[in-house]
Ligand binder design. Structure first.
Ligand SMILES: *Cc1c(COP(=O)(O)O)cnc(C)c1O
Length: 374
């Protein structure tokens, strides 16, 4: 399959059938009556929200979660009619857009309710969620404010309470006692307000996969759909039955011979200890190939692992192919993904640069073209 532009021999290949498989894993992990709202914020974790949304609609997604109005807009324009939830909440000034795009916001500040109600006017009541801080210590109403918020909602006829939502701080550690503490606080709110669990969402990927008691009425998986493990670094997506979604590919731009003592790149951080063959690749930190990967990462060439040497530049990196005399200019190089029997998973790249798989995916630069297979 042709998945490459001649003017940019560095690209991402995104396997939509793998995303579909990972959605099926989520579907099988929850009871059939639990709704699944895939999280496609940050342009689908960097991979392209619209093609992914399209495939997930076919696969049976019940709605979507985005972070920003700006992310929802192109999806609505492209034809996503499913419910769309706004995770980062409602801030003053976005009411018109929220109503216009029919987004269901997470409300974390009850003082924002009247303006939203005015924006709805005589239109169809807008569903919204009260976002509650049960222990994440980030966005949310305090538990003690929830009853007041519900009381304030009652006369606002343009608004409809669609449920309560909260977020777990330690879901990636399934046995962490904070998971139960947060869940109990949520149950306490339900008891106090007389609402039922059919109103609640709590689970991200980690909770979805590890704790059925967090599923409630709808779940919000993100990272697992993109093939990476939410339990990083304990395991990888591959080892928990998810299929890798991304391959990040490039081609050798130039080959050169170095004598012992000659160096590669800025600040001479790599000095050849032997006569060496160095290949230059057209990818750099402006593409999201992080600078911390210099002298740290490996890539796959002809199915073999070889090291990245020297600093990562803005547009280029160097690899040491001394051990592979047969390589040539234009040859395919795999930065992420599998080649033959070998693979570099997003978890491994995250570990090399001291981050999490989420950030590796989100950081792939806009100038790297995305192609879709499967
Ligand atoms: C991003 C996000 C999610 C998805 O989390 P994953 O760990 O990627 O599954 C779920 N809920 C909220 C509120 C989020 O911000």
């Amino acid at each position: 399959m042709q998945t490459e532009r001649r003017d940019r021999p560095t690209w991402l290949e995104i396997d939509l059938s793998a995303i579909q498989h990972n959605f099926t894993v989520a579907r099988q992990a929850v009871s059939p009556k639990v709704k699944i709202f895939p999280v496609i914020k940050a342009n689908g974790y960097g991979l392209g929200a619209w093609p992914i949304a399209q495939r997930l609609m076919e696969a049976g997604a019940d709605g979507f979660c985005v972070a920003l109005v700006k992310e929802a807009e192109p999806l609505r324009r492209a034809g996503v009619t499913l419910p769309m939830v706004l995770l980062s909440g409602l801030t003053p000034g976005m009411e018109e857009a929220v109503v216009g795009l029919q987004l269901q916001p997470f409300v974390f500040d009850r003082h924002t309710l009247p303006a939203l109600n005015r924006a709805v006017g005589a239109g169809r009541p807008l569903p919204l969620f009260l976002k509650i801080n049960t222990g994440m210590g980030r966005l949310g109403l305090a538990i003690t404010e929830v009853e007041a918020a519900i009381t304030e909602l009652q006369p606002l006829t343009g608004l409809q309470l669609a449920g309560l939502v909260s977020h777990l701080s330690c879901a990636d550690e399934p046995n962490h006692p904070e998971n139960d503490r947060q869940r109990h606080r949520l149950h306490q709110v339900l008891t106090e307000t007389g609402l039922t669990t059919s109103f609640v969402s709590l689970a991200n990927s980690a909770a979805l996969l590890s704790r059925a008691e967090t599923h409630f009425s709808w779940v919000r998986p993100g990272i697992m759909l993109y093939g990476a493990s939410p339990f990083f670094p304990t395991n990888t997506g591959r080892t928990i039955g998810l299929r890798p979604v991304v391959r990040w590919l490039t081609r050798i731009l130039q080959l050169s011979a170095l004598s012992a003592g000659e160096s590669v790149g800025y600040s001479r951080t790599f000095i050849a200890q032997r006569p060496s063959r160095i290949a230059i690749l057209p990818v750099g930190y402006a593409d999201g190939y992080n600078r911390l990967l210099g002298n740290q990462a490996q890539v796959l060439v002809a199915g073999h692992r070889v090291p990245v040497v020297g600093r990562v530049s803005m547009d280029m990196i160097a690899i040491d192919v001394t051990e592979l005399p047969q390589v040539s200019v234009g040859q395919l190089v795999t930065l992420l993904g599998s080649e033959g029997e070998e693979h570099i998973d997003v978890e491994e790249m995250a570990a090399w640069r001291g981050t999490i798989p989420y950030e590796v995916l989100c950081n792939v630069g806009e100038r790297v073209p995305r192609y879709y297979v499967g």
